[in-house]
Design a protein around this ligand. Sequence first.
Ligand code: TXA
Ligand code: MG
Length: 338
Amino acid sequence: METLHLTDSPADLAVAAKLLAEGEPVAIPTETVYGLAADARNEQAVARIFAAKGRPQDNPLIVHIAAWEQLLPLVTEIPAHAKALAEKYWPGPLTMIFKRSEAIPASVSGGLDTLAIRWPSHPVAQALIRESGCPLAAPSANLSGSPSPTTAARTAADMDGRIAAIVDGGPCEVGVESTVVSLVGDVPQLLRPGYVTAEQIAEVCGDCRVNEAVTKPLKAGEAAASPGMKYKHYAPSARVILLDGSPDASIDYVNAHAGVGVWALAYDGETEGLQVPFITYGARNDEAAQAHAIFEALRRADELGAQILYTSCPRAGGLGLAVYNRLLRAAAFEVIEL
Ligand code: TXA
Ligand code: MG
């Protein structure tokens, strides 16, 4: 299949919207990462998403909407916390989990009786939802297991030849996927950290529980609250290893383990004394910059031939938790205490 490369011009968006309405998957920009979108109501279109990504069937998708009227038919109820969060953070990088109605095929949510929904703020994503007339199921537009793409070029590297079209809307602003919060229980539960933090959710709802799997591997046989958490994820080909220790101790450790293919992923301005090649991804105290750059840095490391990529542990709070969670998974939880 030849993949069309489209711009965000009105004429190109009309082409993309038509493909979506016809049940073809199209990669689209959002403010978080590029998504691989298809009509969420069309079982065959949804099957094409899973096929193009090589995604396990039990890993549920997020449905993207661009109007309140689109939400109501998809869910059985809208809890008060969801209303309050939506008022504050929609449109934006927040996904909420509701009880699912029958309007969406079960395959979209991997057979679960819940449904993840997000109202993205990116104008191109909104235009395509409106013009196609479809609520759009859209996972990140990477091959399953790889780092999420934050540019059209990275999307093309994974998806060329596998889908109908890619719409280029420039680089994604946030850079990590949306925050996923479940509102099905009494207390909001954070299943995936993102730009909207657990602290901000607690401010609106009075409380927010962070699911254990955000920072810990699932135990053997344990069921995942969010099926995506049980898979290897966000991983470049390089072996990522997290170092938990002071900046000096980390640099010493990396230098002591220098060798062919050994690289470091470092904070801006903290590379002095490093004796291995490095990539930087934002200043230590600038978590928004880290989030924006992290996936691109992981893909770049592969391009440059890194085989081992050492990096330090980000802060496990605020937006740092999102960066920490992605790096932990990219490292398959390999952390060395210094
Ligand atoms: O920012 C984003 O959320 C991007 C853009 C394209 O919107 N999308 C995205 O989708 O990251 P995906 O499929 O790569 O990640 C969705 C995550 C997975 O970890 C999945 O397991 C979880 O959300 N999820 C989806 N539906 C769920 C549900 N009903 N219950 C629990 N977890 C769910
Ligand atoms: Mg993903």
